[in-house]
Design a protein around this ligand. Structure first.
Ligand code: PLP
Length: 455
C-alpha cells in the first residue's frame, strides 16, 4: 500500500471555506465545521484523508468507483489517448476512434434493440438528452402533444433543470423553481414505508404500478411521452421494488404505446449483478441513461442509449437533432471508459457481484437485523440499505426531525473509518465491485458498533 502524501490539512480547510462551494451541501455547515474533510488518496476500496486516516469507502465515491481506486491501467489509457488526440469534436460529421469503439461496446452490453449511443458528460446530462429524445421522437412521429413524462416521487435523476424536473425530490423542486412543465410523479415502490399491513408483496407491486396507469389515464394517454425510473431508486434510499413491479410497468407502457425509459446511472455497470438493472428485472426499455460506473468515475462521461425504432424514427424526420455538448464522446474519457469495461470483464466483476460479493453483503447486513435500532435490511447486488427505527417491529422514526438518527449513525461510522451515506433515516451503501469478504465483514462490524454507540 502506498503511503499518503502529506498535505497541509488546516490550510486546505481554510481555503475550502473561503473559496470552494461544495455540491449538494449545506454551505453554512461547511463553514461552521471549519471546512470539508480533505480526501487525498484512494486504493482499491480504501480512501485516505489529509490527516492520514484510512476510510473504507462503502459508497464507491458517489456510487461509481466500480473497479476501485488507484488503477494504473486507467491512468495509462488516459495518458495514451491524450498523447495521441486529447480532444476533438466539431459538431460536423467527425468522430474519434475511442468514441466509436465505446458506443459499439456499450451496444453489445445492452443487447437487443438498444444499439445506439449518444454521449454526454454527467448523469444529469444523460437524462436531459433522454427526455429531449423522447419528446423529439414523438414530434417526429407527428404527435408533438406527447410531452408528459411520468416518474416516481423521490426518484433522483440529476441536478440540471431537466434532471431535477424529471426527479421527484420535493426539496430540489422547492429550490429555485419553477421547473420544466409536464413532469408527473407517482408513488414510489417503497415497501418499508408504503406497503399496507393487509397487502402482500404482489398486491403492493400491483398498487404501485397501478399508480402509474392511473396517472397516465388522468393526464390522457395521448399526452404521455414516456414512463421513466431508476430500476432501484438509489439516492432516494435504495428502494428495491417488489417482485413483478417492473414487468407491470412495462406492460402499462406497451398497453398505452408510450416509451419506457430506465435511468441506469447507479444500477448500470454491474451494481445489481447484471450489466444493467433492467436486465435484472427482465424488461426492455426504449431509452437508457448511464454514467458513474461507465468510467468508474475516473473521468466524467455519460451516455444515453436508444432503441433502433427510436433512432429510425428520428432519422426518418431528416432533420438534425439540435442537441449535444462540446465534450460529447470526449476521446480521453471514452478511452478510460473502455479500459474500465476491460477491467470489469477481465475480473468478472458483474458475475462476482451476482454470485459472490452480493450474496455475501446480503448475509452480512442480515446479521444486523436483530439490532434494536434496525427496522429492515435489504440489498440487491452491491446496493444495500438499513432502516433505522425508534421502535423495533415498526417503521416509526426518532423524534419529529427525520434524518437526525441516520446522520448520527452515519457520522459514528465515518469516525470509525467507514464511509456510507444516510438518506434521512436509511443508511445506504454501494461499495466498489472489488470489495472483499473481509471488507464486507468490516462494514457490518463498524455499523454494529456505531448502532450500539448511538442506542
Ligand atoms: N440519475 C441517477 C439515477 C443518479 O443517481 C444520478 C446521480 O447520482 C444522476 C442521474 C445524476 O448524475 P450526475 O450527478 O452525474 O449528473
Amino acid at each position: 500500500m502506498r503511503s499518503a502524501p502529506s498535505y497541509d490539512n488546516a490550510d486546505l480547510r481554510r481555503l475550502d471555506v473561503a473559496h470552494h462551494l461544495p455540491p449538494q451541501q449545506d454551505w453554512a455547515l461547511q463553514k461552521n465545521s471549519g471546512g470539508s474533510r480533505i480526501i487525498v488518496k484512494g486504493e482499491d476500496s480504501t480512501i485516505w484523508d489529509a490527516e492520514g486516516n484510512a476510510i473504507l469507502d462503502a459508497m464507491a465515491g458517489l456510487w461509481c468507483v466500480q473497479v476501485g481506486y488507484g488503477r494504473r491501467e486507467m491512468a495509462e489509457a488516459a495518458f495514451a489517448q491524450m498523447s495521441e488526440l486529447p480532444f476533438y469534436n466539431s459538431f460536423f460529421r467527425t468522430a474519434a476512434p475511442p468514441t466509436i469503439a465505446l458506443a459499439s461496446r456499450i451496444a453489445g452490453l445492452l443487447g437487443g434493440s438498444l444499439q445506439h449511443v449518444f454521449f454526454n458528460n454527467s448523469g444529469s446530462e444523460a437524462v436531459d438528452t433522454l427526455v429531449r429524445t423522447a419528446r423529439y421522437y414523438w414530434q417526429a412521429r407527428g404527435e408533438p402533444q406527447r410531452s408528459v413524462i411520468i416518474g416516481r416521487k423521490n426518484g433522483y435523476h440529476g441536478s440540471t433543470i431537466g434532471g431535477v424536473s424529471m426527479g421527484g425530490m420535493v426539496s430540489m423542486h422547492n429550490q429555485g423553481g419553477p421547473w420544466v412543465p409536464d413532469h408527473e410523479h407517482v408513488m414510489q415502490p417503497y415497501s418499508f414505508e408504503e406497503q399496507r399491513p393487509d397487502e402482500d408483496e404482489d398486491m403492493f407491486a400491483e398498487r404501485a404500478a397501478r399508480a402509474i396507469e392511473d396517472k397516465l389515464l388522468e393526464v390522457g394517454p395521448e399526452r404521455v411521452a414516456m414512463i421513466f425510473g431508476e430500476p432501484v431508486q438509489g439516492a432516494g434510499g435504495v428502494i428495491i421494488p417488489p417482485r413483478g413491479y417492473w414487468s407491470r410497468v412495462e406492460e402499462i407502457a406497451r398497453k398505452y404505446g408510450v416509451l419506457l425509459g430506465c435511468d441506469e446511472v447507479i444500477c448500470g455497470y454491474g451494481r445489481l449483478g447484471e450489466w444493467f438493472g433492467f436486465q435484472h428485472f427482465g424488461v426492455k426499455p426504449d431509452l437508457v441513461s448511464m454514467a458513474k460506473g461507465l468510467s468508474s468515475g475516473y473521468l466524467p462521461i455519460s451516455a444515453t442509449a436508444m432503441a433502433d425504432h427510436v433512432v429510425e424514427t428520428i432519422r426518418e424526420a431528416n432533420a438534425p437533432f439540435v442537441h449535444g455538448y462540446t465534450y460529447s464522446g470526449h476521446p480521453t474519457s471514452a478511452a478510460v471508459a473502455l479500459a474500465n469495461i476491460d477491467i470489469i470483464e477481465r475480473e468478472g466483476l458483474v458475475d462476482r457481484t451476482k454470485n459472490d460479493t452480493g450474496p455475501y453483503l446480503a448475509k452480512a447486513l442480515q446479521s444486523l437485523a436483530d439490532h434494536p435500532l434496525v427496522g429492515e435490511v435489504r440489498s440487491l447486488g452491491l446496493l444495500g440499505a438499513i432502516e433505522i427505527v425508534s421502535e423495533k417491529g415498526t417503521s416509526s422514526r426518532f423524534g419529529n426531525k427525520p434524518g437526525l438518527a441516520g446522520a448520527m449513525i452515519r457520522d459514528a461510522c465515518i469516525e470509525r473509518g467507514l464511509m456510507l451515506r444516510a438518506v434521512k433515516d436509511t443508511l445506504v451503501m454501494s461499495p466498489p465491485l472489488v470489495i472483499t469478504h473481509d471488507e464486507i465483514d468490516r462494514i457490518a462490524m463498524i455499523v454494529r458498533e456505531s448502532l450500539d454507540a448511538c442506542e
